[in-house]
Ligand binder design. Structure first.
Ligand code: GLC
Ligand code: CA
Length: 559
């Protein structure tokens, strides 16, 4: 089953966060025509699919993850005509496009919600999750994932509506069959336009436990809603229905953002026989840096734990489902800053090592815009320079309400704020990194003179050209896609090494995650055998039974 050939297993996906990718008209905001301008860049890199973060009409409380019209384009980004052109120009270059599908919630400016709010007998009332107060307070004690309470009071009806995210992102009521009809017909409309699939935003949250019980406060202010909303009672029924009524009719790829997913759950969502989705994102490797304030921390990950997570997923899904491979996305810090070393000395070499380690695993790799350049986290001096609602809300709550020292909170922000990934793409060394001729909506990282696409495309030793080679290797060697995975030296704290096997071939992948020289012994079965080096981030050295790896060195051998 693992070796069953499917096109999306062979793809490399590039994630575009349109607001920060390329501005074509000087208003400081990236847009669809900007993406069209850069399609040749993506084709040269070799990626075969693009995941577009939301481009629908939105008041932008959460940068497009709050949608007010699913069948129209955000004014900042352009028009439906621009979209159609983008789709056909991408297809001409052999690049598929998958769209972000945000249907756990809408914007409070969506016409369904505007109607829903009008009165308790409005036909749209039951599109959302409304409840009466309990003993004069909120229906339960849940806290929103973006800070504060998860309930918002509505004066007119003297009731509250649920919002797991911001107030302006009311949760849809998936138990209402009309909601499912609307969502499915909207999806059909996009698929009929010719898009190639969906990335489904927080899809594991769409079904809530009916009674909406109080959550554990874990000693904090608010109750934890996770046990009552993640993988809720009907989520699999709803996704099976979606598959039957919509997805199964098209040759597309779907990937669910499955917050909180375990191996067992992943197989339910995306097992080869699940009849739901093709793949899911799991987040265990992202959670390795969590601390006492949840994701807000300055902790460094441990390689032993990272290997355990990857090993578990590589083995756990074997033959039954397919992995998604990613170091970063628009909600996470930059890969090289978090998992590599973004100092002047090691940034390039460690970015290449990370790319090697990830792209040689079994699964479909995702490249987040700028990762192919080794773009880094940003350190704005003041909270006023940040734009992300989660970052701002959490800063206010922790510093203003709970008395956390601002310097500590800023340090957490430098490590994990979503804005690290959202600073503009660094195209060249001209003002604002060539992203815009106007004033960018969020400041550019001031290292753009050194780190930018223009310089890297023309430099054969750049991170860009290394990624390009990684991607092209995938097209030449089936073993990279379909080979089995076996972990070597699980107890090694600095080296991540593994073997892939396919028919009679083997790949040996060795990655030094430290800045020190590390010794590695070739496994017995391969000792003395001849091998060809497929790729490395250092000049080639002769293969020996005992090799000493230079700082952040990565090597891939084919036997
Ligand atoms: C997902 C998105 C994130 C968004 C949230 C609410 O986690 O990736 O950017 O804020 O859902 O839609
Ligand atoms: Ca623009």
């Amino acid at each position: 089953m693992n070796q069953e050939k499917v096109w999306w297993k062979e793809s490399v996906v590039y994630q575009i966060y349109p607001r920060s990718f390329k501005d074509s008209n000087g208003d400081g905001i990236g847009d669809l025509r900007g993406i069209i301008e850069k399609l040749d860049y993506l084709k040269d890199l070799g990626v075969t699919m693009v995941w577009l973060s939301p481009i629908y009409k939105s008041p932008n409380e959460d940068n497009g993850y709050d949608i007010s019209d699913y069948q129209d384009i955000m004014d900042d980004f352009g028009t439906m005509h621009d979209f159609d052109e983008l789709l056909s120009e991408a297809h001409k270059r052999g690049i598929k496009i998958i769209m972000d599908l945000v249907v756990n919630h809408t914007s409070d400016e969506h016409k369904w919600f505007i109607e829903s709010k009008k009165s308790i007998d409005n036909p749209y009332r039951e599109y959302y999750i409304w409840r009466k107060s309990k003993a004069g307070v909120e229906p339960n004690n849940w806290g929103s994932w973006f800070g504060g309470k998860a309930w918002e009071y509505d004066n007119a009806s003297d009731m509250y509506y649920l919002h797991i995210f911001a107030k302006k992102q009311p949760d849809l009521n998936w138990d209402n069959p009309k909601v499912r009809d609307e969502v499915f017909s909207m999806m059909t409309w996009w698929l009929d336009k010719g898009i190639d699939g969906f990335r489904m935003d927080v899809i594991s949250l769409i079904s809530k436990v009916k009674e909406l019980p109080d959550g554990d406060t874990h000693g904090g202010l608010y109750g934890d809603l996770a046990p009552y909303c993640i993988h809720g009672p009907n989520v699999h029924d709803y996704l099976k229905e979606m598959n039957e009524r919509v997805l199964s009719k098209y040759d597309i790829m779907t990937v669910g953002e499955a917050t909180g997913v375990t191996i067992e759950e992943a197989k339910k969502y995306a097992g080869y026989d699940s009849g739901e989705l093709d793949t899911v994102f799991q987040f265990e490797h992202m959670d390795l840096t969590n601390g006492e304030h949840g994701k807000w921390s300055n902790k460094r990950f441990s390689l032993l734990e990272l290997k355990k997570v990857f090993d578990k997923w590589q083995k756990g899904l074997k033959g039954e489902a397919w992995n998604c491979l990613f170091w970063s996305n628009h909600d996470q810090p930059r890969a090289v800053s978090r998992f590599g070393d973004d100092s002047h000395q090691y940034r390039e070499v460690s970015a290449k090592m990370l790319g090697t380690c990830l792209h040689m695993l079994q699964g479909t790799p995702y490249v987040y815009q700028g990762e192919e350049l080794g773009m880094t986290n940003v350190r704005f001096k003041s909270i006023d320079n940040y734009r992300d609602i989660e970052t701002i809300n959490t800063y206010n709550e922790n510093v203003n309400n709970r008395g956390l020292q601002p310097e500590i909170m800023m340090d957490y922000i430098y490590h994990v704020s979503r804005d690290n990934a959202r600073t503009p793409m660094q195209w060249d060394d001209t003002e604002n990194a060539g992203f815009t001729t106007g004033t960018p909506w969020i400041k550019v990282n001031d290292n753009y003179k050194k780190i930018n696409a223009k310089a890297q495309v023309n430099d054969e030793n750049s991170v860009y050209n290394y990624y390009k080679k990684l991607i092209s290797l995938r097209k030449e060697h089936e073993i990279i896609i379909y080979g089995d995975y076996e972990l070597l030296s699980p107890e090694d704290e600095n080296i991540y090494a593994y073997i892939r096997s396919f028919n009679n071939d083997k790949l040996l992948i060795i990655c030094n995650f430290s800045k020190y020289i590390m010794n590695f012994e070739i496994p017995k079965e391969l000792k003395g055998k001849e091998a060809k080096m497929l790729i490395s981030n250092y000049p080639e050295e002769k293969l020996a039974d005992n090799i000493s790896l230079r700082p952040y060195e990565a090597r891939v051998y084919k036997y």
